[in-house]
Design a protein around this ligand. Structure first.
Ligand SMILES: Cc1cc2nc3c(=O)[nH]c(=O)nc-3n(C[C@H](O)[C@H](O)[C@H](O)COP(=O)(O)O)c2cc1C
Length: 359
């Protein structure tokens, strides 16, 4: 693997995500309603958010989504986020580790997460597009996967699917022939459970079932409705005078399967499902869990908070967890798993999507 412009691109992603309007909206949460129980069973203070994921206990069903690493500023951000993961017993994903595989001097920008979070559930990350040859660049090898996992002593490895972003990105990696075989080989070679992860366009039921057959042990639906990498890359393309990418990214802002719909579809694979994409409150999270997700993932709000500092991250997570606890309390449950049994009503576009797709 070789590439010299990765750190600059990663830094620019952070800057664009922090300063520009890049959210697609429409994840579907406003269409999902949990039926209120006037008769809670336990004290609000006794609601326990602990849950299990891939054989490990988490203190709450929240993953800090895979975001950054590979440039100097990422070290501080990953340190802040990892400290929060450790303090709250959460899971955390690191950004794509390709940069450090190309340049080992960048490893500390990822490894800092394990230093700050010695016992947290950490998820290594590599791109599916890097599992197949891209022009001159050879495919990642099983040794690359092991190095990524070892770098942070990861508990799982996420392989991200971002072909929408690659299609828009100036000079993106657009070769995908042989992808399924490469994914199966990667899932088999990974020394820890492999998670297949979309990054904003969602997983269909069919994709989810195929990914299970290819050997993945969990799915992150990465649905439409939150951070749009079509828009992020459109902004970057505009800056470079790349009219193709700029127009394409704007046109594809709403491409994809809304997160709520994708969660329902992905359940058919029979694997634990992470609902990421536009989860913005503990109530959104409760709705995702009621639809059957095992965990929710949150990206942009947490990286923006991390850029402000640890206090902002702490405040965001505390508010989020309190909102989730109240949803469990008001729907008559004791913990997050009880949400899956809560009666729910699905209206609007989400209902139409589900009906039309037969989910
Ligand atoms: C700045 C930034 C960088 C990201 N980089 C990665 C990445 O390297 N690998 C990956 O799997 N997902 C990456 N993502 C996608 C997130 O993990 C997540 O799927 C996406 O942001 C949707 O969640 P959100 O709507 O809560 O932001 C990135 C997101 C952001 C905001």
């Amino acid at each position: 693997m070789s590439s010299t412009d990765i750190p600059a691109r990663k830094r620019e992603h952070l800057e664009v995500v922090a300063t520009s309007e890049v959210e697609a909206g429409g994840a579907g949460w406003s269409d999902v309603h949990l039926v209120h129980s006037a008769l809670p069973r336990i004290d609000l203070a006794d609601v326990d958010l602990e849950t299990e994921f891939l054989g490990r206990r988490l203190k709450a069903p929240l993953v800090i989504a895979s975001m950054t690493g590979g440039h100097p500023a990422a070290r501080r951000i990953n340190g802040v986020l990892a400290q929060a993961a450790q303090d709250h017993g959460l899971a955390m994903g690191l950004g794509s580790q390709r940069a450090a595989l190309c340049d080992p001097a960048l490893e500390p920008t990822y490894a800092v997460a394990r230093e700050a979070a010695p016992t947290a559930f950490l998820i290594a990350n590599l791109g599916a597009a890097q599992l197949v040859p891209q022009g001159e660049a050879p495919a990642a090898t099983p040794d690359d996967l092991r190095r990524a996992v070892d770098m942070i002593r990861a508990d799982a490895l996420a392989i991200h699917l971002n072909f929408l972003e690659e299609s828009v990105q100036t000079g993106g990696d657009r070769q995908a022939a042989g992808l399924r075989e490469a994914l199966a080989a990667a899932a088999a070679a990974s020394p820890v459970p492999a998670i297949a992860k979309e990054t904003g366009a969602g997983l269909s039921r069919q994709s989810a079932i195929e990914l299970a057959e290819l050997g993945f042990r969990a799915l992150d639906v990465g649905g439409l409705g939150g951070t749009s990498f079509a828009v992020v890359e459109a902004i970057r393309a505009e800056r470079r005078g790349d009219r193709r990418g700029a127009a394409l990214g704007r046109a594809y802002r709403d491409w994809g399967i809304p997160t709520a719909v994708s969660v329902v579809g992905a359940l058919a694979a029979g694997l634990p499902v992470i609902a990421t994409g536009g989860v913005r409150s503990g109530l959104d999270a409760a709705k995702a869990l009621a639809l059957g997700a095992a965990l929710v993932g949150v990206g942009r709000p947490l990286v923006r908070a991390a850029l402000q500092g640890p206090e902002a991250v702490e405040a965001w997570i505390a508010q989020f967890l309190e909102e989730l606890r109240v949803a469990v309390f008001l729907s008559g449950g004791r913990g997050p798993r009880d949400l899956a049994a809560v009666p729910r009503v699905i209206l609007g576009d989400t209902r139409a999507w589900l009906a039309d797709l037969g989910y």
